[in-house]
Design a protein around this ligand. Structure first.
Ligand SMILES: C[S@@+](CC[C@H](N)C(=O)[O-])C[C@H]1O[C@@H](n2cnc3c(N)ncnc32)[C@H](O)[C@@H]1O
Length: 482
């Protein structure tokens, strides 16, 4: 088949919802109705329609479906699943450059991944294949796509999700994005009921939140003007308001907040090292202030973060750290942690997980993270029914190998006996409200003898047989006689 007869016009799908790259940018807070959007290679224009109906100013061009539209610059440009369908590598690079030239703030680039090709029948052509319908498809490895983008544009892309990358025009915006990915956790706070505090509680809330998030008091101008004015009017000054907040809370609480914020900042500084480490002036302003307040200066934080990165490459060190973790479930080869508890891991383990996320981005719907202690490998596990099902089954897993820089996907959705979870409480943080319900269930399962043969119960079939043998079933999270 000649290159001319490849049926590019057949590649555009009809979409009933926003495409994954656009939806990802939206959930990452990078799209909002104040920014203009241009969809480069927009296909039938469904994304344009969806965004317009939500009030966005959107344009788009497609050589087949909208050939007469103008290609105009916009704050955000999307190049969604276009590169795959172009059979000539030179043309792919030209298209990427043309889309980047239009992007004022952000370019979103997506392409189909190698695992999408698994069930596809096709004939090899160039570096891809021609499918039965006559369309060309080039499938990418995550790292291959990222490397090719960087080589073509000379700019480091940031992985948003598997097969989706962001390119930021401004380094400060890129750094804001990197910082936003660090998991945060704050311990529960106990407030002494004091009349003066209770009477001004609502007015004080923004100040409280700021102190809690940043582990420091706000500098002038960091709280919105009307909020700081309201505080001043009610309490005389911001200083007095801070003292009141401290009076009704424990010092130990603020010590913990400081430890958490320091860990978050170290994780961020470690992860910002991928690509070129940002200069202090390129950091997001509040983050820069937090670094000064909690580390004295940026250099000190960089030294400590580099130590963490180095330790991440040291398998025995990781092993010891993971084995000492108060959070998560230990198995001989890994530590399993529910996504909601990731912010409670030690800084070293957070950087370990963060390194995998630098490569793969956010794995949508991943409920659980598996940190291998025997190999430099992190897996993102999707258990869609984690909350509802007392023993949820594994639907899919994405595994990132940090030595090979590979990203692989495994589908369990068609398996007749997929792996399943027991003792769900062990994956959660200590103050997670779901814990007591799950613990109660585990106790009754142990009493019923369901865990006597651990080798039988790790997959669905074996577990069902065990339940049947014991004559029990589940009603929600309660074990009842069958
Ligand atoms: C798989 S579709 C993706 C459409 C849309 N972005 C989406 O996500 O639904 C690929 C599109 O790339 C367009 N395309 C092909 N060659 C192109 C080129 N050189 N420049 C821009 N778009 C191109 C095709 O016309 C087709 O509509």
């Amino acid at each position: 088949m000649s290159q001319q007869t490849v049926a590019r016009h057949k590649t555009a799908l009809s979409r009933t919802a926003l495409s994954r790259p656009m939806a990802t940018a939206l959930s990452d807070g990078l799209l909002d109705p104040t920014c203009s959007v241009f969809d480069y290679g927009c296909g039938k224009g469904d994304d344009i329609r969806h965004l317009r109906s939500s009030g966005y100013e959107v344009g788009g061009w497609d050589p087949t479906h909208r050939p007469n539209a103008h290609r105009t610059p916009a704050k955000v440009v999307n190049l969604g699943y276009v590169l795959n369908v172009i059979e000539r590598p030179n043309e792919r690079a030209d298209v990427l450059r043309a889309a980047w030239a239009l992007a004022e703030d952000l370019l979103i680039v997506s392409a189909r991944m190698n695992w999408d090709a698994r069930d596809l029948v096709g004939r090899p052509m160039g570096d891809g294949l021609v499918t039965r319908t006559g369309t060309f498809q080039k499938f990418y490895d995550q790292n291959e796509l990222s490397g090719w983008i960087e080589e073509t544009l000379g700019i480091k892309p940031h992985a948003a999700a598997p097969g989706i990358f962001y390119l930021f025009r401004d380094e400060a915006a890129a750094q804001r994005f990197v910082a936003s990915r660090v998991y945060t956790y704050r311990p529960r706070v106990r407030i002494d009921p004091q009349e003066h505090y209770e009477a001004n509680k609502e007015i004080l809330q923004p100040l409280f939140d700021f102190m809690r998030n940043h582990a420091r008091a706000p500098s002038p101008g960091e709280l919105p003007l009307e909020q700081s004015e309201a505080i001043r009017e009610a309490l005389g000054s911001l200083g007095r308001a801070q003292r009141l907040v401290r009076q009704v809370t424990d010092d130990a609480y603020w010590d913990q907040v400081t430890i958490q914020r320091r860990a978050e900042l170290l994780t961020y500084v470690a992860l910002s090292r991928f690509g070129r480490r940002p200069r202090f002036s390129q950091l997001d302003k509040p983050v820069a202030k937090d670094l000064r307040a909690l580390f004295g200066n940026y250099q000190e934080a960089c030294v400590q973060a580099d130590r963490l990165l180095l330790a991440c490459g040291d398998q025995p060190m990781l092993y010891v750290n993971a084995r000492g973790s108060r959070i998560g479930k230990q198995t001989p080869s890994a530590l399993y942690v529910h996504r909601s508890a990731l912010g409670e891991l030690s800084p070293l383990l957070q950087v370990y997980e963060g390194c995998a996320r630098v490569l793969v981005g956010t794995v949508e719907h991943a409920t659980m993270v598996k940190l291998s202690v025997t190999e430099p490998q992190v897996s993102y596990l999707v258990y869609p029914q984690f909350d509802q099902d007392p023993h949820p089954t594994l639907q899919s897993a994405i595994t990132v190998n940090l030595r090979k820089l590979s990203v692989d996907w495994r589908d369990y959705s068609r398996s007749e006996s997929p792996p399943l979870l027991h003792r769900k409480e062990e994956f959660l943080g200590p103050d997670d409200p779901r814990r007591s319900l799950y613990e109660r269930l585990t106790r009754s399962e142990m009493k019923a003898g369901l865990y006597e043969h651990p080798e039988r119960i790790g997959t669905l079939r074996g577990w069902q047989a065990t339940l049947e043998g014991a004559g029990v079933r589940f009603q929600g999270h309660r074990l009842v006689r069958a």
